[in-house]
Design a protein around this ligand. Structure first.
Ligand SMILES: NC(=O)c1ccc[n+]([C@@H]2O[C@H](COP(=O)([O-])OP(=O)(O)OC[C@H]3O[C@@H](n4cnc5c(N)ncnc54)[C@H](OP(=O)(O)O)[C@@H]3O)[C@@H](O)[C@H]2O)c1
Length: 222
């Protein structure tokens, strides 16, 4: 499919595996040059090299922890050095713990918001001038529980709801600045993170991961 993305410059966070990696592969396939962010150097470097080889596009790795202000600044500096501008920002990285309120302490709440909410908002704030120049696009990856809360994923749900609310405000600002801001709320996607959550939810209910998956599918009415 030609999405008219040939030659666009895109930043994808959390791109070393799972949904972020799939987004990166697809964007490269559509002709985008990429900057891929994750914390584990070997993983993000390997994925960048693999996608560059398959697609023939420029794909640079960037090692940063986006839950820290320093990490966001490092990424912004890399965007400037590698591209000197930006067309597409995909805020995908997220790793909130899937537990009930009784099992989460203040540190868990801070961590959950630090990465997916503050990390995304800081990147948007820092890179907005580039996106304004290019008439660019922001896509924030949210999640099912942002709209449909559940007790054992209260943190991820709250983070996603906050991100969706802020995205709506940013989308309105984008109308004036010619920046498109959208949220994508993926359904259940079998990534490493999701497999780990199924094991954890299963354990909490005395179920196998497979049984926990079945229960989730039934609950979602799929
Ligand atoms: N899987 C699902 O069913 C599902 C459904 C709805 C929404 N989502 C959302 O989709 C997004 C991706 O989920 P996924 O299942 O693909 O997750 P995943 O497989 O765990 O991948 C997470 C990615 O984020 C990176 N990352 C984690 N912490 C980071 C940090 N502090 N700074 C920078 N990068 C970091 C990871 O690499 P490093 O660990 O090396 O940093 C990895 O590349 C998340 O926002 C999640 O909430 C997932």
């Amino acid at each position: 499919m030609d999405l008219s993305l040939e030659g666009k410059q895109a930043l994808v966070t959390g791109a070393s595996r799972g949904i972020g990696r799939a987004i990166a592969e697809r964007l490269a396939d559509e002709g985008c040059d990429l900057l891929l962010v994750a914390r584990t150097p070997a993983d993000v470097e390997a994925v960048a090299a693999e996608i560059a080889e398959i697609s023939g596009r420029q794909v640079a790795p960037c090692v940063a922890d986006l839950s820290e202000q320093d990490g966001v600044e490092l990424v912004a500096t890399e965007v400037n050095a590698v591209f000197g501008g930006l067309d597409i920002l995909i805020n995908n990285s997220g790793a909130a713990k899937g537990r009930t309120i009784l099992e989460l302490d203040d540190g868990d709440w801070h961590e959950g918001f630090a990465l997916k909410f503050f990390g995304a908002l800081r990147l948007i704030r820092t890179l907005w001038p580039f996106l304004k120049d290019s008439g660019g696009s922001v896509i924030n990856i949210s999640g099912y529980f942002g709209k449909s809360p559940a007790p054992n994923i209260i943190l991820g749900g709250a983070v996603n709801a906050a991100l969706e609310n802020a995205s709506k405000a940013l989308a309105q600002m984008g109308l004036a600045d010619d920046v498109n801001v959208n949220v994508v709320r993926p359904g259940m996607t079998m990534t490493d993170r999701h497999r780990a959550l199924l094991v954890q939810w299963g354990e909490a209910q005395g179920l196998t991961a497979q049984e926990a998956e079945r229960r989730r599918i039934d609950t979602m009415g799929l």
